[in-house]
Design a protein around this ligand. Sequence first.
Ligand code: SAM
Length: 348
Amino acid sequence: MISFSKDLIVDYLKSEDSEVHDFLLEKAERYRLENRDKAVYFRGLIEYSNICSQNCYYCGLRRDNRLIKRYHLERDEIINLAMQAYNAGYQSICLQAGQISSNKEVDFVADVVATIKKLSESKGQGLGITLSLGELSYRQYQQLWDAGAHRYLLRIETSNPLLFKKIHPPDQSFNQRLECLQALREIGYQVGTGVMIGLPGQSYEDLAQDLQFFQEKDIDMLGMGPYIPHPDTPLAGEQEEFIPDAFATTIRMLALARILMPDINMVASTALQSIHPDGLKMGLKAGANIVMPILTPEENRRDYMLYANKKHSAFETLQQDIKAASYEPALWQWGDSPHYFKRKEEHA
Ligand code: SAM
C-alpha cells in the first residue's frame, strides 16, 4: 500500500503551483489505467424519501427545516423506478433517504429490496443494490443485507471528531458513525464512506487526515464532494473558511485518493457537478469511476435539496459527457469495487 505523510498531502493540497495540480491528475490517470480501465459505472439514485430524523447543521433535509415539503414514495413507485432503470441498462441502483429511524421503515425497505432483487433476477443478473439510509443498528443492517442489498454508503463527513462535533447536534456522535461503518464491514457489505470538502472550520490538515482515515479503514468505495451551503441551515451563516477553492481542492483530493487507493470505486459526486460546469469531466480525470444519475421523480427532486442549486444530468447526457471526456460508459455491468474482493480473499 502506498502511503504519503500528512505533511506531503497538505503540501499537495495547498500548492498554488499549477504543475502540482497537473502532476496529481496525470498520476491519478496512470494509477487508474494500471489498476482499472476507462469504464465508468452507473448507480441510478432513487431518493425515495426526504424525511429525516437527524438535524445535521449543513443539510437541507434536516429535521427542523420546515421549508421543504416532506415526501415518501410508495412501495410500487420505487420498485417501478428500479425496474425501469434495469430495463434501460443500469445494473445498479442506490436507494437513499434521510436518516430512517423505525423498525417499520427498515421492514419497508427490506421488502422493497427483496422484491426488486426477485423481479430483476428473473430477467438476468439482477440489480445490484446500494443503500444510503444513515445510522442503523447492527440488526437492521443485517436485515437489509439478508434482503439482498450488498453495498452501503455512510459518509463520516470529516475524520476530525472536533469538526464533526461542530457540524452536528450533540445527540450525533462520531464514535457511533465509526461503529456503524464497522458493523457494515463485519456483515459483509461493500462499505463506502466520504467527506465534504470546504466545510467552515475545516483545514487542509483535516483533509490530509481524511485520506489517511480512508486507507486505515480499508474502505471499498468513496464519495467526496464540495460542501455547498444551504440557505436554510445553521451552518450557512458560518464564515470560517480555510479552504478558499472547494472545487479545485476536491479534484486534488480525488486524485490523491486514486493514487493512494487505486482499486476502490470512487464517485464523481452530484455536488462536484453542481458547482462547476466541468465537474464531471474533471472528476473523471482525477480518477472517479462511478456516476449516480438521479432517478427520483421530477416532482420530488426540488424537495431533495441537500444544498443550493443541486444539478441533475439525464442518463443520455451523462453518457455523452463521459464519452466526450474519453471514458467509457459501462452499462449492463455491476462494476463492484475490486478492493472488496481483494480484501475478502486476503482475510479468507
Ligand atoms: N441519510 C443518509 C445519510 O445520512 O447518510 C443519506 C442522505 S445524506 C443527505 C447524504 C449526504 O449528503 C451526506 O452524507 C452529506 O455528506 C451530503 N450533504 C448534505 N448536505 C450537504 C451540503 N450542504 N453540501 C454538500 N453535501 C451535503
